[in-house]
Design a binder for this molecule. Structure first.
Ligand SMILES: Nc1nc2c(c(=O)[nH]1)N[C@H]1C(S)=C(S)[C@@H](COP(=O)(O)OP(=O)(O)OC[C@H]3O[C@@H](n4cnc5c(N)ncnc54)[C@H](O)[C@@H]3O)O[C@H]1N2
Ligand code: MOO
Length: 401
């Protein structure tokens, strides 16, 4: 058995980006940059007004006389020519400031008779001009490689006048579930021996939330021949295969054996954690294989601990950032931890973390109540109510950087 940190180090060592591709801006949302976004132009492109009003010369304003309105400047339709002496230009927010003007006065403090203007009050200190390049300069690197394109980054990329972006290829993930008892959800109720296959759907959603693409999903009986065939075809087409169930020592637990037949190199098996001890990981063909235990809570806790950093690394992110521990006060005391490092399923309530009621590794409903994993290191002493404990956000943190 190895411990969690050693297993995570093995994951980080092999979870490398898969290569980059160029995609249109329309399809780039949620992707991870493989090259910086470089500004194709400056923003603003020239000096523009920050308010609706009149572009004037500061000096002439101080003289106090009336100024003649010589034209107008709109966004996309600038005033042609320079500001003449004694003149002003009607101007709107975002419109280019004519040469010669050095401030804008807002229309609220101006009396206009149609051809000329006069000030009604002292103008503010602000000149109401956004200088050319004051947001960013042409040629500047605006976003680094490795950044996820969330809504904020999409604004910056589009503003940079970029139509095509270089992003890391998304990992293609093939999912296999195994169990004679498993049935398609909706088809189980009439047959007493059947159990709905909840993990196929849970793992598929997990993969999508962590930036992967589900390229295949198959449910297999506990039959070594059928499982081996599924292992060969999944390993041939995917960057990563995730197989849930059949990980333990039961007579019909065939998952590892099926992948061994594909020539898999086992990188680790059995991690000293609870739940999730039977988790295993290997290299098969050109891709990787992660074996999750079949108990649903064990499967999704191990998905959060191992599949998340794996997907993050394959997608071009830092695998360690996917498993970043925070610290939170406990709402109730926790007993000392025994020999196996334990991950208590917890819920945040009013700034404190409480263990969820059902801590069975076969639980499914409790997963919907879980929003943190509370880390209890091996032989950790009891923690009192209000004491601090390391916690990991259970949901995806992909877009939160
Ligand atoms: N003698 C021992 N028995 C067990 C050990 C052990 O060390 N010695 N380990 C236990 C631990 S820890 C776990 S976790 C489980 C893991 O077992 P498997 O990975 O072999 O899982 P299965 O036997 O296939 O299934 C366990 C349980 O989960 C349900 N399941 C499985 N797949 C799905 C699915 N896709 N959707 C919904 N539910 C699923 C399955 O019906 C079983 O109830 O082994 C312990 N045993
Ligand atoms: O992974 Mo098992 O859940 O430790 O019971």
């Amino acid at each position: 058995m190895i411990d969690l940190d050693a297993a995570l180090a093995i994951i980080a060592g092999v979870a490398r980006p898969l290569g980059s591709e160029t995609v249109a801006l329309q399809a780039a949302g949620g992707r991870i940059l493989s090259a910086p976004v470089v500004a194709g132009l400056a923003a603003p492109r020239q000096d523009v007004s920050a308010m609706d009003g009149y572009a004037v010369r500061e000096q002439e304003l101080q003289a106090g006389g009336a100024l003649k309105v010589v034209g107008a400047s709109y966004p996309g339709r600038a005033f042609a020519g320079a500001l003449p002496a004694g003149g002003c230009v009607r101007i709107f927010t975002g419109a280019p400031v004519p040469a010669g003007a050095d401030r804008v006065v807002v229309q609220e403090i101006v009396a206009s008779d149609g051809s000329g203007i006069r000030l009604l009050a002292n103008p503010s200190k602000a000149r109401h001009i956004r200088a050319q390049g004051s947001d960013f300069r042409s040629g500047a690197a605006l976003l680094p490689a490795g950044r996820a394109l969330g809504f904020r980054e999409m604004v910056v990329t589009a503003a940079a006048d970029v139509a095509m972006v270089e992003v890391w290829r998304r990992p293609r993930v093939s999912i296999v579930t195994t169990g004679d008892e498993l049935a398609e959800p909706g088809a189980a109720a009439k047959t007493p021996t059947l159990v709905p296959d909840s993990l196929l759907y849970g793992i598929a959603a997990f993969v999508a939330e962590w930036g992967g693409v589900v390229s295949g999903a198959v449910r297999c009986p506990d039959d070594l021949e059928k499982l081996s065939a599924a292992a060969f075809s999944a390993a041939a087409e995917a960057d990563l295969v995730v197989i849930a169930g059949g990980a333990s020592v039961g007579e019909r637990d065939f998952s590892r054996t099926a992948f061994a037949r594909t020539g898999m190199e086992l990188l680790f098996e059995k991690v000293a954690i609870k739940p999730g001890k039977p988790v295993w990981f290997g290299k098969a063909g050109h891709g990787l294989v992660l074996g999750l235990p079949g108990n649903p809570t064990s499967a999704l806790v191990t998905a959060r601990l191992f599949l998340a950093p794996l997907l993050a690394g394959l997608a071009g992110l830092d695998p360690a950032a996917a498993v970043a521990w925070d610290s939170a006060p406990l709402g109730q005391e926790l007993p000392a931890c025994a020999e196996r490092e334990t991950f208590v399923r917890g819920r945040r309530v009013d700034g404190q973390v409480w263990p969820v009621m059902n801590q069975d590794s076969g639980a499914q409903l409790a997963l919907a109540e879980t929003d943190v994993l509370i880390r209890r290191p091996r032989r950790a002493p009891a923690i009192n109510r209000g004491g601090m404990a390391p916690v990991l956000c259970f949901q995806s943190v992909l877009q939160r950087s």
